[in-house]
Ligand binder design. Structure first.
Ligand SMILES: [Zn+2]
Length: 242
């Protein structure tokens, strides 16, 4: 092979490698995950975090952490919730801006619990781009089945399920021996109400992201589907195979 061609080939290969490397370096994965309460969102998000190496940012957890740590913002949030009012968007967005600046979020993130309204989605657009929105579709019957069988440990907060994750001894926590109980908001009547509220507020949001071509639907129609099956579905979408 003439030297020239060989060199050209090498240069092209080098250019190709550099390009793909750059592509890997600049490719961010900014994911929003939408799904009703009891859709398994938290479980999937934490598995995806381990696989993709990007943080799971749950605005609910962030708010609880501020309250727990009794920060100034935490105290303000407390005041709103004591008055039975919603925490204003500015507070959540402020927390989110700070969180997204942290080094671990520079390669991307999985955002959970935010946005919930179009107003919030517009605010989010001001602070970051989103690459994909995963919309978990789970029929109400399955959610009610899952949540109404959920048991929580009174002592350590561990979560069990009468159908899918039974404790070794009935009504007793495997980890700490505490008593298991059903949370007030896991009762079927309360669940139906929570689902109604969720559907009413997020339906417009789903349209909003669908119109922008960012929405990808994932379906879970069986309570017994192992979480990894859904996680693999989501990974295929993220990797552009679906
Ligand atoms: Zn326990």
């Amino acid at each position: 092979m003439p030297k020239y061609f060989y060199r050209k080939m090498l240069t092209e290969k080098y250019a190709y490698d550099t390009l793909t490397k750059i592509h890997v370096l600049v490719a961010k994965l900014r994911i929003v995950i939408l799904g009703p309460p009891g859709s398994g969102k938290g479980t999937y998000a934490s598995r995806l975090t381990n696989i993709l190496g990007i943080p799971h940012i749950s605005t609910g957890d962030m708010v609880r952490e501020e309250i727990r740590a009794q920060t100034e913002i935490g105290r303000k949030i407390r005041e709103y919730s004591d008055r039975g009012e919603l925490v204003p968007d500015e507070i959540i967005i402020g927390l989110l801006i700070e969180r997204l600046k942290k080094p671990d979020a520079q390669k991307g993130f999985i955002l959970d619990g935010f946005p919930r309204t179009i107003g919030q989605a517009e605010a989010l657009e001001e602070i970051t781009s989103i690459d994909v929105v995963i919309n978990l579709n789970v029929p109400d019957e399955i959610i009610i089945q899952r949540l109404s069988n959920r048991l929580t440990c009174r002592r350590c907060g561990a979560i069990y399920n009468r159908l899918t994750l039974k404790p070794k001894v009935d009504e007793i926590c495997d980890i700490c021996g505490g008593e298991l109980y059903q949370r007030e908001d896991d009762k079927p009547e309360v669940i139906s109400e929570r689902l109604k509220v969720y559907r009413r507020s997020t339906e417009p949001l789903i349209d909003y992201y669908r119109k922008r071509g960012l929405l990808k639907d994932v379906y879970c129609n069986d309570l017994m589907t192992p979480p990894d099956v859904i996680v693999n579905e989501i990974l295929k979408i993220i990797r552009g195979q679906k």
